[in-house]
Design a protein around this ligand. Structure first.
Ligand code: FAD
Ligand code: FES
Ligand code: FES
Length: 473
């Protein structure tokens, strides 16, 4: 893309730079601004070495969020406060975060350390007295390959003792928060359009029919970098107001497609409606990724193993889509996918929101994911079980499984009378019979036979969980 002026605050100081808005922030920092504190390890969101913190005004006030700068395009800095490790402390004046890591021997080679510092900065600037579960969630996306995590955990414990955000956010960075409001909040150029209303979206779709639709860019960012190709035009749907709400309506809970997954999995209304979605905070990607990755992106990357896709397919959710003429249509998620990475979505159609029908009495949705890491990993298989129980009878039981076919597939497991009290051996037989129906591939996440075995295990685990017999596992 052509270079354009982009205005933001960098470590508290206002900057207007001329840059290609699709350039990666890690490259801007390291190669052009010579700020090499931010490191680049994996280049695809996995290691956390490149973590920076982005500050902006949200409904709750000024919020700092950790983000992987290897997946963050410079265009997304417009109107934000970017904080890097250089802004938190320097060699002559280390911050209390850096001191705690040194005090507790949480550093050896130091390559991962700036990323840990920035994840700590994002956590402690928002929540000075987190518990250790909050700390673990904040560090999900940070890998250390030489020191290990004990010293880093102890550093967190030391910081919990500080009990104040003033000590975490340097005055120079804090003082720019109000000035951030005076900057235009996002880009609108001939090559990068950010529609806010449906009318603006329709105009953008009509004027730029070949533009790449972008949301959190956690999927697209990896593929742009791997292929060495960047789009010439983008329509950024992340500010669409129709896609940024969570609302209960007559037909169910409406969740905006442009909302970041981290906001969704922490939202009280969502958790009351479909508690299973809360599991994604521990099992999907990392804090840095969920802070920007959207629900719409998770559904529309059309991965056969998307975590939200599996849960929402099982919950019989629908998606509301709009086209360039403003025409709306609602599609059932179970029939939305037509093949590997293929959907019923037509060119120029955008997913606006997801609608989740209410759970009926006795209905539960259970989610399981088996992968090589507990978070920050795509699953070998994932599955969600939808069971309705009346008294002791199972009156409905379906299971949606990802990772065993080109799309998420849903099977009806209730082909005979079933009760919560049937012997586990009978459920094992149902699991084995289901595993014989799937034809998975072998790849780096597991062989076909391993995946088949997992299918059988998931069926039994869901049953034990949903029948309240989990202790027999
Ligand atoms: C390190 C890492 C770990 C990950 N771990 C997981 C994981 O554990 N589980 C998992 O499921 N995924 C995981 N992912 C994949 C990814 O983060 C998610 O799928 C994410 O939700 C994608 O959302 P996004 O907003 O970043 O999408 P983008 O990258 O912006 O877009 C993805 C696709 O969706 C399209 N799109 C986006 N929004 C819309 C819309 N509203 N309407 C129509 N099309 C749209 C885009 O055009 C693009 O084709 C991981 C990714 C990374 C980098
Ligand atoms: S370089 Fe590894 S997450 Fe960005
Ligand atoms: S200190 Fe060397 S990788 Fe963490």
């Amino acid at each position: 893309m052509h270079k354009i002026p982009i205005s933001f605050f960098l470590n508290g100081e206002k900057k207007t730079i001329l840059a290609d808005p699709m350039q990666r922030t890690v490259d801007l920092l390291r190669s052009e601004l010579e700020m090499t504190g931010t490191k680049e390890g994996c280049s695809d969101g996995d290691c956390g070495a490149c973590t920076v913190s982005i500050g902006s005004w949200e409904e709750s006030g000024f919020v700092y969020r950790s983000v992987a700068s290897c997946l963050l395009p410079v265009g997304r800095l417009q109107g934000k406060s970017l904080v890097t490790v250089e802004g938190v402390g320097n060699q002559t004046a280390l911050s209390c975060i850096q001191k705690a890591i040194i005090d507790k021997h949480g550093v050896q080679c130091g390559f991962c350390s700036p990323g840990f510092v920035m994840s700590f900065f994002s956590l402690f600037s928002m929540n000075p007295i987190p518990d250790m579960k909050d700390v673990e969630i904040a560090l999900q996306g940070n890998i250390c390959r030489c020191t290990g995590y004990e010293g880093i955990r102890k550093a967190a414990e030391q910081m919990i003792g500080y009990q104040g955000t003033e000590i975490i956010v340097p005055p120079s960075i804090r003082s720019c928060q109000n000035a951030v409001k005076n900057l235009s909040q996002f880009l609108n150029t001939e090559e990068w359009r950010t529609p806010v209303t449906i009318d603006e979206l329709c105009v953008a779709l009509q004027q730029m029919p070949d533009a790449q639709i972008i949301s959190g860019l956690t999927d697209l960012g990896v593929s742009f970098h791997t292929k060495g190709e960047r789009p010439l035009q983008v329509i950024d749907v992340i500010q669409l107001e129709e896609s940024r709400r969570i609302e209960i309506k007559e037909d169910g809970l409406h969740i905006g497609a442009a909302l970041p997954l981290e906001s969704i999995v922490l939202d009280r209304t969502v958790l009351n409606w479909l508690p299973t979605l809360g599991q994604l905070q521990l099992q999907m990607a990392s804090k840095q990724i969920r802070n920007v990755a959207t629900l719409g992106g998770n559904l529309c990357n059309a991965s056969p193993i998307g975590d939200a896709t599996v849960i929402l397919s099982s919950a019989n959710a629908t998606v509301l889509v709009v086209n360039a003429k403003g025409k709306l249509r609602e599609l059932n998620l179970t029939s939305f996918y037509t093949g590997y990475k293929q959907m019923q979505l037509e060119k120029g159609e955008i997913v606006l929101e997801v609608i989740i029908p209410p759970l009926q009495a006795g209905q539960t949705i259970s989610f399981l994911k088996t992968g090589k890491r507990s978070s920050v990993d795509i699953a070998s298989i994932n599955s969600a079980s939808n069971m309705v129980v009346q008294g002791k009878d199972i009156v409905h039981w379906t299971i949606s499984i990802g990772g065993v076919a080109p799309t998420v597939v849903t099977f009806d497991l209730k082909d005979k009378d079933l009760s919560l009290e049937i012997p586990v051996e009978e459920i094992e037989a149902i699991g084995t019979s289901l595993s014989e129906k799937v034809v998975p591939l072998s790849d780096i996440r597991g062989s076909a036979s391993y995946r088949k075995a997992l299918v059988a295990n998931h069926v039994v685990s869901h049953f034990l969980k949903q029948s309240g017999r989990e202790e027999t596992l």
